[in-house]
Design a protein around this ligand. Structure first.
Ligand code: COA
Length: 385
């Protein structure tokens, strides 16, 4: 049975607890102005904008400004954010030689975590912290990917938008307006999503009054897991293994019979299709209209239909549908990012949300400190003196 508690309130301290909320499902831990996920209706609102509308009208810079200030920027403010992010990418690139052996790993999230851990909050100007960290994630992810392919990193072009420059630095195919627009749609769609695990992690660290770099490094660790941000790589592997629509039913039945989860399906909050899946599916459709290769779109749609039907038959009481990761895999593949960059690219987007949440959490002076229900052994009470 679930209970709703404000964790910030100390009501659970010193109280006998009879119920637990496993996985904190349904537990409200903060008031936020940043985003709201309506799992029953399949609606995501980011600072007053439906995600579908936001992805149509905002690029990454505009959405950052919205998250960090509450307002979509006009042309002057937009140019300022773009310029600041560009300059910050250049500064992040200059830090590459000081990152030690951070990139000597085949796991991009491990590389990002190690690289960001080299940054010192005390050396980053407070007023630029958000742009510095946002830029650093993109530059470090792209440099790590180049290193994986035995190439040296490509220096940022501060004149470009963040999405176009990231694509230019990270993809073997460079960037062009159509693919940059598709990446912008992805970044805007993925940058914030209620109290997800990595955002909660960032807020817990911020609530201890620790520094912002620590909060972002901790959040990266949470995002790394396949139940959170690690799913799009396995989604692509699944589509490759299925190969063609006619194989989907047998492949999915075998996975479920073996007790494995279908990646890109199911969600803690959504009981209907994740609205972000539709935004990304549409973005891939548009790419296809410009003549770009997106072979996997039809296959993905077929696999989605089969997966939803199979999961529905298995668990009719717990509706499961495609989540954001399902079409993330299709989109990132279509724009030419390699599979090993899928999770790091999620971090390129989500870091903007983490930073907004860290700033919001700092408005509270209360440490996030929930309770647990001890079920281990207890020594006999000490004899009375
Ligand atoms: N495929 C098959 N079964 C799934 C499933 C999936 N994708 N997602 C959940 N289930 C099943 C679980 O096996 C569990 O069954 P059980 O009660 O018989 O053990 C039940 O549904 C509830 O799972 P639970 O882990 O409690 O749900 P959750 O709400 O905590 O989990 C996710 C949400 C996202 C972690 C989960 O749906 C999942 O692992 N999805 C695949 C990974 C993924 O796409 N992650 C990206 C999320 S954006």
């Amino acid at each position: 049975m679930l209970i709703k508690y404000w964790i910030c309130a100390n009501v659970l301290e010193n109280e006998e607890i009879e119920m637990t909320a496993e996985g904190l499902e349904g537990v409200v831990v903060a008031e936020t102005r940043l985003s709201d996920v309506d799992g029953e209706r399949g609606r995501l609102v980011v600072r007053g904008h439906d995600v579908e509308a936001l992805a149509e009208r905002a690029d990454f810079e505009a959405a950052c400004a919205l998250l960090w200030t509450g307002e979509l920027p006009g042309p002057v403010a937009h140019a300022e954010v773009r310029k600041e992010l560009g300059r910050a990418r250049v500064r992040a690139f200059a830090r590459l030689p000081s990152l030690g052996d951070a990139f000597e790993t085949a796991d991009g999230m491990e590389a990002l975590r190690a690289a960001l851990a080299h940054l010192r909050a005390s050396e980053l100007a407070d007023e630029r912290l958000a742009t510095e960290l946002t830029a650093a994630v993109a530059v470090f992810a792209a440099a790590w990917a180049r290193r994986q392919r035995g190439s040296s990193p490509i220096a940022p072009d501060p004149e470009l938008g963040h999405a176009a420059d990231y694509l230019r630095m990270a993809s073997a195919h460079g960037s062009d307006p159509a693919r940059s627009r598709a990446l912008d749609a992805y970044l805007v769609t993925a940058m914030d999503h209620g109290m997800n695990a990595s955002t909660f992690t960032a807020r817990v660290v911020a609530s201890t009054d620790s520094d912002t770099v620590s909060a972002i490094v901790a959040a990266l660790g949470a995002l790394k897991g396949p139940r959170h941000g690690g799913a799009p790589g396995p989604v692509l592997a699944m589509l490759d293994a299925i190969g063609e629509p006619g194989n989907a039913a047998a492949w999915i039945a075998a996975e479920l019979a073996a007790g494995r989860r279908i990646m890109g399906m199911g969600h803690r909050v959504y009981r209907v299709r994740d609205p972000r899946a539709a935004v990304l599916e549409r973005a891939v459709e548009r790419l296809r209209a410009t003549g770009l290769r997106s072979d996997r779109l039809d296959l993905a749609r077929a696999v989605e239909r089969v997966a939803v039907a199979s999961l529905g038959e298995r668990r009719p009481e717990r509706r499961m549908a495609a989540n954001v990761e399902f079409y993330t895999a299709v989109l990132l593949d279509a724009i030419g990012l390699p599979q090993e960059l899928f999770s790091p690219t999620f971090a390129v987007a989500r870091v903007a949300g983490w930073l907004a949440h860290v700033a919001e959490q700092r408005e509270s002076s209360r440490i996030i400190r929930p309770s647990s229900h001890y079920v281990g052994p207890v020594p006999e009470a000490p004899a009375a003196a």
